[in-house]
Every structure is written in C-alpha cells, then in structure tokens.
Ligand binder design. Sequence first.
Ligand code: SF4
Ligand code: SF4
Length: 197
Amino acid sequence: MLDGARGLAKGFWTTLRHAAQPPLTVPYPEVKRRLPPAFRGRHRLYRHEDGLERCIGCELCAAACPSSAIYVQAADNDPAHPVSTGERYAAIYEINMIRCIFCGFCEEACPVDAIRLGPEYELADFDRATFVYTKQMLLEPEKYAPRRQYHADVDQQDPQLRREIPDDLDLGEVYRTHRPLGAPITAPPDQTHHPLA
Ligand code: SF4
Ligand code: SF4
C-alpha cells in the first residue's frame, strides 16, 4: 500500500515537474526552426555580378548526380549576346526534384560555383510536373517557382547564413578566358572582362 502511494506520488511529481518546463516542440508551420548553415534544400543557379549566368553547360553536375535527376542541354554562346561567361551555356537546365536526394554532389562537381543547394525545404506540391524545376525556376525562384514551393521566410531565412560567391573564388577562370588548361597567360586576368562581351 505504501509502495503504491509512493509510486503514485512519484508519477505525479514527474508530471508536474515537466508541466512547468517550456515545450521542446516547435509549432510548425507558424514557427520555423533556424537551419544550420550547411543545410541542403532547394537548388539555385547563380549569376555573375554583371548578370551573365555562371553555368557554362559542362554537364558535370548531371554526370555526378547519383539519381540522374539533372538534365543539361548546352548551346554555343552568341559572342554578341552571351548568356554565360563560357563558350557555351545551358540552353536547357532541369532538375527532377522527385528524384533528388539532396546529396549536394552537383554543387561539389560544378567547376564554376553555378549551382548551390539553399535553405528552402517546403517543396511539397500535388502535381508531378511542378517538381521538374526549369532553369528559370532555379535562377529566380522568387519569380518562377510555383507559389506552393516558394516561401520567402525560408528561402531568405537568414541572409547572414547565405553564402555569397565572390568572383575571385570562382574556379572557372579557364572558361572565361578560353585558355586551354596549362596554356601560358598572355594578358593579366581581368575579373570584370570576359572575351565574349
Ligand atoms: S543534390 Fe544530389 S541527387 Fe540532387 S540533383 Fe544534386 S547531385 Fe542529384
Ligand atoms: S551547373 Fe555547373 S556543373 Fe552543371 S552544367 Fe552548369 S557549370 Fe556545369
């Protein structure tokens, strides 16, 4: 009898003790947790500061993707009106997000830092076709992503955590200058100039 009462009191005490503590759960979606900087959500394609696309259509991301989620069709740049800083650009760039496993291999493989996985994770939708992200959707999700798949409070969650890509860290200098790898440099590299402009 005494043991029973002691057990009952202990149980009540445990309940009371936890009732006074703040809840550990987050009332999502009203409250969204801050994501770690290395979180890998929806991809973005990036441009250079002058507006030219970073992607040079090399297809390395597609080759690295273990899910065959990326499709790239490259085309030659028109020297008078280049789209990217390379000889070629991605005329078609698509990611099938139903296949994607958010491994980040595509951003690792990209030689010009054109693609990065960002913080957006609210990507649910009802229609299969809306999960094939086009180049425009990846370049400007604010404008072109389906409304159900774009959330400014997630995508822009913490500007401090979003990694800007300074041009001087770009590994794609060879593509901007059209020099074969290992060829001698005949003029000092100019970050603001590219030969197709
Ligand atoms: S994150 Fe991984 S699975 Fe998704 S597109 Fe990139 S390489 Fe493919
Ligand atoms: S995103 Fe990068 S790796 Fe993929 S095609 Fe464009 S330049 Fe090549």
